[in-house]
Ligand binder design. Structure first.
Ligand code: NAD
Length: 474
C-alpha cells in the first residue's frame, strides 16, 4: 500500500519535472511561496512551506520517517568529503579531516525512529498508552562551529519524531547549510514524495532569527549557540530547547593514568581545533603529577609554549573591547595548532595536535571559551582545589566537565560539585556524546533547559490514551 502511494507520487513528480516544474510536486494548495528544494527567501515563507509539509508528513507511517532520516544519514556519510570541504571553505575554522569525520562517522549514529517508544500500563481497569507525538513545525538555530552536522543531526531527531523543521543557520555557515537542505529534500522527495520536511532561510540574519522565534506556526524552538542566542531563546515566549555555551575544565589527580589522560586531553581538545562545545578548554592538575603530565602531553602530540610565548599569543588571541572587557579574537577561533604556535613566535613540529603551556588560574585562556587548540595547564596543590577552580572556570553553564582519576571518591565529589550535563571520567570529552563512550550522539546538548543530549524523544509531546475496562488479555 505504502509502496503504491510512493510510486504514484514519484510518477507524478517525474511528469511534473518533464513539464518544466523542476522543483517537484508541491505541498498544499499550489499557492506556495517561491522556494526550491527547501531553500526560502524569508522566515515566513520557510515556515509556511514546513507547515504544509507537516500536513502531509503527519499522515504517513513510521516507515516513511525512517526512509526520510535514512536519506539524511546516507547523504552525510556518502558525500562527507565534498560537504566537509564545502563547510571548511566557507567557515574557514577547524580541521578538514574532522569536518569530514563529523558527517561520515558521527551523523549515521544519531538516533532515529528506533529511539521512539510507547509506554503502557495494563491492569484491572484496562490499558493506558503513552505515545510520543510530534509538535509540528520546529524552528532551529544552528552554530557556525558545526553548521551542517548540527542541522543534519537535529533534522534526523526531529523528523524521526514526526516534525518538520525550519532552520536559521549562522550567516558564516549558511551556504553549506542550504546545500545540505537542498540535497536532503531532493532525496526525501524521491524516497517518500514529500517536499520541504526541512526548510531553510537562504540568507539568515538576526532579523530572520527573530522572525522565526516569533512565528505563530512554530511550535518549538531549538537553539544551539553561544551566550547571546541562548539568552534570547530563554527570554522568548515560545517553548525552547536551549543548547548553550560551555567552557569544559579537566581535572587530573595523582591517581590518574597519566598516559591515558594526556592522550585523551589531546584527542578531545584537538578535535576540529577545539570547536566542540564539549572540548577540553583548560586543565587543573595536582602538583604531584603536574610535570609528568606535561611531559606526557609533549610526547603525544602537544607542543609546549614557554611563558613569554604564551604572553605573545594571548595578546593577539584576545582583544580589549569598548566595554573594557577582554573578548576572544574571532580570527583566532579554530586555527591550527601550528598557526597558533607561529603567532606565539615558535615553530611547532609536523604532527602537532595542540599547543599547551602552564598558566595561572585567572588566565584569559582559562576564563574564556576560547575554541582554539591552545590548552592552559594550571598547577594546583590538591584535588579539592582543582575541582573548585574547575567549577569557577565553568561559570555555572553546567555543560561539560572531565576528570582523570582512579579514585571513586574524587569521581563522586567532582560529579556533584560540577553538576554538569556531561561528565566524562578517564576519556576524551567526545566520549560524552557517544564517540568512544557509550550512549547516543547529538550535536545539541541542552543544558539550560534540561533536556541533556538531545534525542528524538526531546522533540515529542507525550500523549496518553486510556482504554477502560478492556484490552487486558490475561
Ligand atoms: P553564536 O552564538 O555566535 O551563533 C549561534 C547561532 O545563533 C547562529 O545561527 C547565530 O546567527 C544566532 N544568533 C546569535 N546571536 C543571536 C541573537 N541575539 N538572536 C538570534 N540569533 C542569534 O555561536 P557560534 O559561534 O555559531 O557557535 C559557538 C557557540 O555555540 C559556543 O558558545 C558553543 O559552546 C555553543 N555551542 C553549544 C552547543 C551545545 O550543544 N550546547 C553545540 C555547539 C555550539
Amino acid at each position: 500500500m505504502e509502496m503504491t502511494e510512493d510510486l504514484i507520487r514519484n510518477v507524478i513528480q517525474q511528469v511534473l519535472t518533464q513539464m518544466g516544474n523542476g522543483s517537484g510536486p508541491r505541498n498544499g494548495s499550489g499557492s506556495k511561496p517561491s522556494g526550491v528544494d527547501g531553500v526560502y527567501p524569508t522566515a515566513d515563507a520557510a515556515v509556511q512551506a514546513a507547515e504544509a509539509a507537516f500536513g502531509h508528513y503527519r499522515k504517513r507511517p513510521l516507515a516513511c520517517r525512517r526512509k526520510a532520516t535514512d536519506c539524511i544519514r546516507a547523504i552525510c556519510s556518502e558525500q562527507a568529503e565534498e560537504l566537509g570541504r564545502m563547510e571548511m571553505d566557507e567557515t574557514r575554522i577547524g580541521r578538514l579531516d574532522h569536518k569530514i569525520a563529523k558527517l561520515r562517522d558521527a551523523i549515521p549514529r544519531v538516533p532515529g525512529v528506533e529511539y521512539l517508544r510507547t509506554e503502557n500500563w495494563s491492569g484491572d481497569d484496562g490499558l493506558t498508552l503513552t505515545d510520543y507525538a510530534p509538535f509540528g513545525v520546529i524552528g532551529a538555530i544552528t552554530p557556525v562551529t558545526h553548521s551542517l552536522p548540527t542541522l543534519a543531526g537535529n533534522a534526523i531527531n526531529m523528523l524521526a519524531a514526526g516534525n518538520t523543521v525550519v532552520v536559521n543557520a549562522h550567516p558564516s555557515g549558511a551556504r553549506v547549510a542550504s546545500e545540505g537542505v537542498r540535497r536532503f529534500n531532493r532525496a526525501i522527495r524521491k524516497a517518500i514524495g514529500i517536499d520541504d520536511l526541512i526548510t531553510i532561510i537562504e540568507t539568515p540574519t538576526l532579523e530572520s532569527a527573530a522572525a522565526l522565534f516569533d512565528h505563530k506556526a512554530v511550535r518549538l524552538l531549538v537553539v544551539t549557540g553561544g551566550p547571546a542566542v541562548a539568552r534570547a531563546a530563554l527570554a522568548s515566549k515560545r517553548r525552547a530547547v536551549v543548547a548553550g555555551p560551555g567552557n569544559p575544565p579537566v581535572v587530573v589527580d595523582a591517581t590518574a593514568d597519566l598516559e591515558n589522560a594526556a592522550k585523551s586531553i589531546i584527542a578531545g581538545a584537538s578535535f576540529d581545533n577545539n570547536l566542540l562545545c564539549i572540548g577540553e578548554k583548560q586543565v587543573f592538575a595536582v602538583s604531584d603529577i603536574f610535570d609528568r603530565l606535561m611531559e606526557a602531553v609533549g610526547r603525544n602530540g602537544g607542543f609546549r609554549l614557554n611563558a613569554a610565548q604564551i604572553d605573545t599569543l594571548t595578546k593577539k588571541a584576545f582583544t580589549l573591547g569598548d566595554d573594557k572587557q577582554h573578548h576572544v579574537n574571532k580570527d583566532f577561533v579554530g586555527l591550527d595548532a601550528a598557526v597558533l604556535a607561529r603567532h606565539a613566535g615558535a615553530e611547532a613540529p609536523k604532527g602537532t595536535e595542540i599547543v599547551f603551556g602552564e598558566t595561572g588560574s585567572d588566565h584569559l585562556y582559562v576564563e574564556h571559551e576560547q575554541m582554539m587548540p591552545f590548552i592552559p595547564f594550571v598547577r594546583v596543590p590538591d584535588v579539592n582545589r582543582a575541582i573548585d577552580l574547575a567549577r569557577s572556570s565553568e561559570h555555572g553553564y553546567g555543560h561539560t566537565a572531565i576528570l582523570h582519576s582512579r579514585d571513586t571518591q574524587v569521581m563522586a565529589r567532582m560529579g556533584r560539585v560540577m553538576d554538569c550535563t556531561i561528565f566524562v571520567v578517564n576519556g576524551p570529552s567526545t566520549a560524552g556524546i557517544g564517540l568512544g563512550g557509550e550512549g547516543v550522539l547529538s550535536f545539541s546538548i541542552a543544558g539550560p533547559t534540561g533536556e541533556g543530549v538531545t534525542t528524538p524523544l526531546t522533540f515529542c509531546r507525550q500523549r496518553r490514551t486510556a482504554v477502560v475496562g478492556t484490552m487486558r488479555f490475561l
